[in-house]
Design a protein around this ligand. Structure first.
Ligand code: HEM
Length: 453
C-alpha cells in the first residue's frame, strides 16, 4: 500500500508502507533527540543563572565591600566555579554531544534512555556538589558521592557515543583534526573528574571542610579550564566557526600542534611548573588562532542569516580574550609578590571573555535549529547580550587587577558594577534561548533537515 508524503523540499512523493513507517520512526527519533537536547540546555541555563552567576555576583559584592579577596569562604567561590564550568558549560557540551556526534559519525542509533540517565546522574552530581560545598551537611558522604555521580554520567556518555562506537556502515571513518581536538578535550574532562574523585575521597577521610585546599584547587582549575573547556571550543570552532565565518580552510597540523602545546601546559601546571605551563598555554593559544585563521579576512560570505550580523566580530573578540588570558597567566606565574588579582583576572578573561562569549555566539547560531528546527527569537537580544558580556568582562578584568593587586583603591567600586553588567548579559542570553524554545518550529523536525546552515 502506498501513501502521500511531502519531502523537505516540499515535493509530494508516493512512499510504500515500509518506507513511510521508517520515515515516521526517524522523525519521532529526531523529535525525541531535540527534546533531550532542550532539557540539557535548559538545565545548563538554570545552573548558569542561579548557582553560577547569582552566587558569583554575591561573592564579588562581598569581596568589594570588605576590599579583600579572602573575605568569602573558599567553598562559596568553588561552588560558583563548579556551577559555571560543570553545571552550565559541560551540561551544554554533553547535550550537544548526544545530539550531534552520532549524526556526524553516522553511528547506529543509541538507546535514548542512556541520554536521560546521563542527565539525571550529572544533574544530581553537580547539584549535590554545589549544595554540600555551600552548606556542609553530611559532607563526608555526599561530597565523594557527588564526584562519583559526575564520573558515572561521563562514563555513560563516553560508552554511548565515544570513539569505540561503530559507525552505521561498519566502516572505519576517516577523522578530521577537529575530532582529535575534541577527544583531547574529553580526556581533559575525564582527568578533571578523576582528580575530583581522588580529592573528595581524601577530604572525606582526613579533611576539615568540603572545600578543596588552595594549591590543589589552582592546579585542578587549570585542568578544568585549559585542559577541558579550551580545546573543546577549539575543536567545535574548527568544525563550525570556519564555515560560519567563511574563513579559509583550517591549517590542520597547526591545530594539532596547538592541542599538543596546550596539553603540555596543562600537565606542567598539574605538576606545579607554572612558568613552563604559562608559556606553553600562550604558545597553544597563538597556534590555535593562526590555525583557525580567525583574524584573517573571510573568503566567503559569513553565514549570519537568523542571527545578529555582528556575530563574526564577537567570535574574533573572544579569541583576543583567549590571548589576554594566556598573557595574564604569564604575568601571574612570574610575579613573586602575590598574584591573586592577576590570576583571577586571567581566569575570567578565559571563562567569560573566551568561553562564555563563544557559547553565546555559536550556541545561539546552532542551538535553535538543533532544538527542533527553530529560529532564534531575537538577534537584537543576542547582540545586546554579547555586547554587555564584553563590556562587563573588560570592566571585571581591568578592575580586578587594579583592586586586588593594590594598584588603585577606586577600582573596588567598579567590581560590583562589572558583576551586574555580566549578570544582565547572561540573563539576556538565557531569555533569548528560552523564548526561542517556546516558539514553534519553522520546519517540521526531520532527519533530513537537521544540519541546515
Ligand atoms: C557572570 C559573572 C561572574 C561573576 C560576577 C563571577 C565572580 C567570581 C568571583 C567573585 C570569584 C572569586 C575569585 C575572584 O575574585 O576572581 C570567581 C571565581 C571563579 N569563577 Fe567566576 N564569575 C562570573 C562568571 C564566571 C563564568 C562564566 C565562569 C565559567 C564559565 C566562572 C568561573 C569561575 C571559576 C572557575 C572561579 C574559581 C573558583 C575556585 O577558586 O575554585 N565565573 N568568580
Amino acid at each position: 500500500m502506498a501513501s502521500a508524503s511531502v519531502t523537505t523540499t516540499g515535493q509530494p512523493q508516493w512512499l510504500d508502507a515500509k518506507t513511510q513507517s521508517l520515515m515516521d520512526r526517524s522523525i519521532a527519533r529526531e523529535k525525541a533527540l531535540s527534546t533531550i537536547l532542550m532539557t540539557y540546555i535548559l538545565t545548563g541555563l538554570a545552573f548558569m543563572l542561579l548557582p553560577g552567576t547569582f552566587l558569583g555576583v554575591w561573592n564579588l559584592i562581598f569581596i568589594s565591600k570588605l576590599q579583600a579577596a579572602q573575605s568569602v569562604a573558599p567553598g562559596w567561590i568553588q561552588a560558583h566555579g563548579h556551577a559555571q564550568i560543570f553545571g552550565w558549560v559541560a551540561t551544554f557540551i554533553l547535550g550537544i554531544g548526544f545530539y550531534s556526534i552520532p549524526k556526524l559519525r553516522k553511528m547506529q542509533p543509541f538507546p535514548l534512555w542512556r541520554a536521560w540517565a546521563c542527565w539525571a546522574l550529572w544533574t544530581t552530581g553537580v547539584l549535590l556538589r554545589w549544595g554540600v560545598t555551600i552548606q556542609p551537611w553530611h559532607w563526608r558522604a555526599l561530597l565523594p558521592l557527588s564526584a562519583v555521580l559526575e564520573l558515572a554520567a561521563f562514563a555513560l556518555f563516553f560508552f554511548t557515543i565515544g570513539p569505540a562506537h561503530a559507525s552505521l556502515k561498519n566502516e572505519k571513518m576517516a577523522w578530521d583534526t577537529w575530532v582529535y581536538v575534541v577527544i583531547a578535550a574529553t580526556a581533559g574532562l575525564l582527568l578533571t573528574l578523576l582528580l575530583q574523585v581522588l580529592e573528595t575521597f581524601s577530604l572525606a577521610l582526613s579533611g576539615a571542610s568540603p572545600a578543596f585546599p588552595h594549591l590543589f584547587d589552582q592546579r585542578y582549575l587549570v585542568v578544568a579550564t585549559w585542559g577541558f573547556l579550551v580545546p573543546m571550543v577549539w575543536g567545535f570552532s574548527a568544525r563550525w566557526v570556519t564555515v560560519f565565518l567563511g574563513l579559509r580552510p583550517l591549517r590542520s597540523s597547526l591545530l594539532a600542534l596547538a592541542a599538543a602545546a596546550n596539553s603540555l601546559g596543562v600537565l606542567a601546571a598539574l605538576f606545579g611548573a607554572f612558568a613552563l605551563a604559562a608559556d606553553a598555554l600562550l604558545a597553544g593559544a597563538i597556534c590555535a588562532g593562526t590555525a583557525l585563521r580567525i583574524f584573517e579576512p573571510s573568503v566567503k560570505m559569513p553565514k549570519v542569516v537568523r542571527v545578529h550580523s555582528s556575530f563574526p566580530y564577537f567570535v574574533r573578540a573572544a579569541f583576543v580574550w583567549l590571548a589576554i588570558a594566556a598573557l595574564l597567566g604569564i604575568w601571574a606565574s612570574r610575579n613573586l609578590a602575590g598574584s591573586a588579582g592577576i590570576l583571577g583576572a586571567s581566569r575570567h578573561a578565559l571563562t567569560v571573555g573566551f568561553v562564555a562569549a563563544m557559547v553565546f555566539g555559536v550556541g545561539q547560531r546552532i542551538l535553535p535549529s538543533f532544538c527542533g528546527m527553530r529560529v532564534l527569537a531575537s538577534p537584537r537580544l543576542m547582540f545586546a547580550g554579547l555586547a554587555l558580556l564584553m563590556a562587563g568582562c573588560t570592566l571585571r578584568v581591568g578592575s580586578e587587577i587594579l583592586a586586588y593587586q593594590n594598584f588603585a583603591a577606586w577600582a573596588w567600586k567598579l567590581l560590583p558594577v562589572s558583576a551586574v553588567v555580566e549578570m544582565t548579559a547572561v540573563t539576556l542570553f538565557a531569555l533569548n534561548l528560552a523564548w526561542t524554545f517556546l516558539r514553534p518550529p519553522v520546519v517540521a523536525p526531520s532527519p533530513l533537515t537537521q544540519f541546515v546552515e
